[in-house]
Design a binder for this molecule. Structure first.
Ligand code: TRP
Ligand code: ZN
Length: 474
């Protein structure tokens, strides 16, 4: 047949026909059919946070940092599993210069728009495939500004730096799937000049001189971690180590000028871990500790996994709060940023319980004081705890407002009033055990609480958790 007798088709039309033919044949050929992974997980408050189409199993971050010039040089190796066929996928990264991306050791094409780094592997990835992505990058990280105006990400000090990631700051210092629903294990190696300590989550696997007066600190987190809880701190810290009576390794890194002021509160660490293990069940991690930065480094503390970051010397209640998050927030992590009260309401109620168990006012008296606005019992009782329901903050700029903390704690106290102490503490322990190292939502909690206690708690949810307006005394 004379091929010129066949009507000529434009090249794009041929491509379309071939693609249709592949679809019609059920894609049984050798070519893997991938499509782009989503650029966000549609979180109700941070829709672009995280990415679709894969889940990360492990991050190996290798970072070189020089406090003198603020330059970060990094390699991030992500081991992930494809949840669909992927022609491309996204990582979240803010600022910094990407120098190379490889997938399965082969150079990959990539481009950047906003906080999205889109990676197009040379070959499509198959659904279920475990693949390695390597990103080389460098630059001076800039802080990420929160919707509420606070700063997170990579924060520099006069003589060092610290990384804090809640809610979306981690994209400011390493590429990743930055949403709490995708937890992974981490190895973080920090190489810094002589005279500096470098600290991250978990245990210190090695500390090695690497020449030119530089030391590599290799940290390992064996338990899964949400990416907002990953930290890296560099500074002239004073380091102390020890162990709790039950064998949890303690590692405290404290800025020299904060040492005296921190000593009493940090000395409570073991007692807090033991107390929490009684109230909430076994401490979920193999290590515990603290990173105390110079005061005014940040406007807040953060419960970074196993080693909370403090901005200036913490008091006992703050250490208690951040360590309570190790059970509630870090081991049991929120499914979305709407579930924030599961972190903050629980950590606040832990403060109330700690006081009750240590000769302070009872949680019942404190609950009544908040209802009455009585500041003689709790100095915060005249605050705006009733401004909105804790399970429904009115925007991303309100996820760390008072109702999430205090009214969240009041929800827990209302449950306790309904079911009694025995069932209430069984509920706290059961919740921590059944969702250990996982993720949970508010709906998961309300269903669980009813099942575990055998009580109908609908009124508590309607009025305290989801209801508008200021609830009245029950
Ligand atoms: N989670 C911190 C605490 O309670 C507070 C915090 C710091 C926070 N940064 C945040 C809460 C960003 C919400 C969003 O100790
Ligand atoms: Zn908190």
């Amino acid at each position: 047949m004379d091929h010129r007798a066949v009507p000529r088709l434009a090249a794009p039309a041929v491509a379309v026909l071939l693609a249709l033919a592949a679809l019609a044949s059920g894609c049984t050929g050798a070519t893997v059919q991938g499509r782009p992974g989503a650029s966000g997980l549609r979180d109700p408050y941070f829709p672009r946070a995280g990415n679709g189409g894969y889940q990360v199993e492990h991050y190996a971050l290798d970072l070189d940092y020089d406090p003198a010039d603020g330059e970060l040089r990094g390699t991030a190796v992500l081991t992930a599993r494809a949840e669909q066929g992927l022609s491309s996928f996204n990582l979240d990264l803010s600022g910094l210069k990407v120098d190379a991306v490889r997938v399965e050791g082969v150079a990959a094409r990539y481009n950047r728009t906003g906080n999205e780094l889109t990676v197009r592997p040379a070959e499509d990835l198959k659904k279920g495939e475990v693949f390695r992505t390597e990103v080389e990058y460098h630059g001076r990280p800039k802080p990420v500004v929160d919707p509420d105006g606070s700063e997170e990400g990579w924060i520099t000090t006069d003589d060092g730096a610290v990384a804090v990631g809640e809610p979306v700051g981690s994209m400011g210092w390493f590429p990743g799937n930055h949403h709490p629903s995708d937890k992974a294990t981490y190895d973080v190696t920090l190489t810094v000049p002589e005279g500096y300590e470098a600290v991250s989550n978990g245990e210190l696997a090695s500390r090695t001189g690497v020449g030119e007066g530089r030391t590599a600190f290799a940290w390992r987190s064996r338990e899964p971690m949400a990416s907002y809880l990953v930290t890296a701190a560099v500074g002239p810290f004073k380091v102390t180590t020890g162990s709790t009576p039950s064998g949890v390794a303690v590692y405290n890194a404290v800025s020299p000028e904060e040492e005296a002021g921190s000593a009493a509160a940090l000395a409570k660490t073991s007692e807090i871990v033991e107390w929490g293990s009684g109230r909430f069940g076994p401490y979920p991690f193999g290590t515990v500790g603290a990173i105390v930065m110079p005061s005014e480094t940040l406007g807040y503390a953060l419960e970074t996994q196993t080693k909370p970051v403090y901005s200036g010397a913490p008091d006992e209640t703050l250490v208690l709060h951040e360590l309570a998050h190790q059970w509630f927030g870090n081991s049991v992590s929120p499914k979305s940023w709407k579930d924030m009260w599961l972190n903050e309401g629980f950590a606040t109620y832990a403060e109330w319980l700690w006081a009750e168990d240590h000769g302070g006012v009872s949680a019942q008296r404190r609950f009544e004081a908040f209802l009455a606005g009585d500041t003689s019992v709790d100095p915060g009782a005249d605050g705006d705890w009733a401004a909105f329901p804790p399970a429904d903050p009115p925007g991303a700029d309100h996820i760390s407002d008072e109702p999430v903390y205090v009214r969240g704690a009041m929800v827990l106290h209302r449950i306790r009033q309904e079911v009694g102490d025995e069932k209430f503490f069984d509920l706290l322990r059961g919740w921590a055990a059944d969702h250990r190292h996982g993720n949970a939502s508010t709906a998961d909690f309300t269903a669980y609480a009813q099942r575990r206690t055998g009580h109908d708690l609908k009124r508590v949810w309607d009025v305290w958790l989801y209801g508008e307006g200021r609830p009245k005394a029950p």
